[in-house]
Write a protein that binds this ligand. Structure first.
Ligand SMILES: *Cc1c(COP(=O)(O)O)cnc(C)c1O
Length: 225
């Protein structure tokens, strides 16, 4: 089932779009099934859960942390995480850099932008992000790379609203690319789109989709608690 789901989704992704298999709440055996079907990039949103899985699964997996980043948990994932997608202030970037340096590693960070109308979603406002980039202190952080942006659209059936939010994320990416990262080929990722809206996200410029339930099925949040 997982293998068929993965293959069906991958067949719809244009070249150049990276698939992050969002495996939160699912047991390691299900991730192994996806791994055996060729998937190497997994997304998790709880640090302890991701760490436990990373310890029992093959070491060539790239772990993406897609949850809300808490500063005190960064050191727990610093030894192995590839990409931290939900960075929403400078202090977290600096702490990720500090912890990456302790383990002699390099961690890619995506700037999470608040594009949805809901107030509960985390992320920089465009103004906050611009101010942080303008200030320039991030240029001194040698153990992180700012790899692009990440965003979540509003949870609504209104496709035109969702489309507009993804378009805004792409516009911000383009603005930042031109203004701050024109010499940085590694600033190249727009992480947007989940099971319900990834086609729209890709049409609006996403090149990294984070898909969970369409691969692994519905989540039962009580299972691992
Ligand atoms: C859970 C989650 C996803 C995947 O959601 P699905 O609807 O299951 O595809 C994507 N991104 C983030 C940040 C998530 O927390």
């Amino acid at each position: 089932m997982i293998k068929e789901n993965l293959n069906r989704i991958k067949a719809t992704l244009p070249a150049g779009v990276t698939l992050v298999a969002v495996s939160k709440t699912h047991p390691a055996e299900m991730l192994k099934e996806a791994y055996d079907a060729g998937q190497r990039i997994f997304g998790e949103n709880k640090v302890q859960e991701m760490t436990a899985k990373s310890q029992v699964l093959p070491t060539d997996i790239q772990w993406h942390f897609i949850g809300h980043v808490q500063s005190n948990k960064i050191k727990l994932m610093a030894p192995y995480v590839s990409v931290i997608q939900g960075v929403d202030n400078y202090d977290k970037l600096a702490e990720i850099d500090r912890q990456a340096a302790r383990f002699n590693r390099h961690i890619t960070c995506l700037l999470q932008l608040h594009i949805a109308t809901e107030e509960t979603k985390f992320g920089f406002s465009a103004d906050e992000c611009t101010a942080m980039l303008d200030e320039g202190k991030w240029k001194e952080l040698k153990n992180i790379t700012i790899g692009g942006v990440m965003g979540m659209a509003s949870n609504t059936d209104d496709d035109s609203q969702v489309r507009g939010e993804f378009r805004r994320l792409k516009q911000l990416f383009d603005t930042y690319k031109e203004k701050y990262f024109s010499d940085s080929p590694e600033f190249n990722t727009i992480s947007a789109g989940m099971s319900g809206d990834y086609e729209l996200a890709i049409e609006e410029g996403s090149n990294m989709v984070r898909i969970g339930s369409s691969i692994f099925g519905e989540r039962n949040y009580n299972i691992n608690k």
